[in-house]
Design a protein around this ligand. Sequence first.
Ligand code: NIG
Ligand code: FE
Length: 394
Amino acid sequence: MSEFAIIHASLLTMGDRGLIRDGAMMVRDGRISWIGATNELAYGGDTVDARGGLVSPGFVDSHTHLVFAGHRAGEFDQRNAGASYQEIAAAGGGIKRSVEQVRAASTPELTQQATRHAEWLLANGTTSAEVKSGYGLSLTDELRLLEVAGGLEASTGLAVSPTFLGAHAVPTGTDGDEYLAHVLHDMLPAVKQQGLARAVDMFVEDRYFTPDAARKLAAHRGDLALRLHVDQFGDAGGAALAVELGAQSADHLEFTGEAGIRALAASNTVAGLLPASVAALGRDHYANARSMLDAGCRVALATDFNPGTAPYASMASVMHLARLHMGMTAMECWQASTIRGAESLGWAADRGSLELGKRADLVLWDVADPEEIGYWVGVFPRKVWVAGNLRVSR
Ligand code: NIG
Ligand code: FE
């Protein structure tokens, strides 16, 4: 259908018009061409009757690692029996385990599994996602991961923003400085030359990469955006570092203190919060979302979907965690999961809210009120459209 209408919906616009009860909208050529009240719509073509359901913007999941092979469910059990993430990593598990799995997988196998993950996200109402590499840690494997990520949009419909995360961990048997030089001088130029990523990222943390390494990455990034994993296990000044380097997004921030929050609030860097990774690590030190929001930070929520720390494909479940553990309201969660996610990826002019001219990335939910999403657990969308194309229908 290049043109259709949705009627009798509660439209959660996330724009100036707020929530429109008994609303209607029209979609033409993949974009929103009209929004108003159902009784004002004069249109006799293809029409979807929402029957009082909620129509929201598609979720923009601004932080995922969805291209990987296999799973690490065994580590989940190890942690639940008392082992820490760091202990498991030191014993050869963690990111390095996923790297072994990726290197052993053929590209068709990786594509098949990434397709399955992209379909999980879509089924949960996510229409745009950032997808990081980072489980290859060699030139060929990192390029392979980015190629798989870049192909997902055409095969599944999920809009993908690929991010090069070669600096996710130092591969086994390699010197850290040598590996960083390889990332900066071999991998990054190849990624740029082949146009495989919109952004670069680094895991800045004790035993992974240092703030100085992040400065070098920033200096070499060219016109790619900078995104950073910071302050996940301790406050190492990562938030202020991200601001200093003009990062588009600073993610995790579980241990970011007042100084980092002030720096973020005074910047354009989006604060990307990932409560699923806290929950699934069996930890209880969530990011200080309340202080961040009260200070005026631009807060995004994301799944961090990955086989180690965040086996969550559902943004609604992330909203649930944010309301339960981070003192965020339902509407703060909606904002953080739609328009802020879009801002985090430099896509806010085009998506993240239901406004005239924006992409028709739409989710129809079988609930009447926005507060019900992130409250019920296990509620799936009835329909999901990406750029006006129906991708999920139940
Ligand atoms: O965002 N923190 C670093 N990277 C991922 C975890 C990756 C893994 O354990 O596989 C994260 O939590
Ligand atoms: Fe991550």
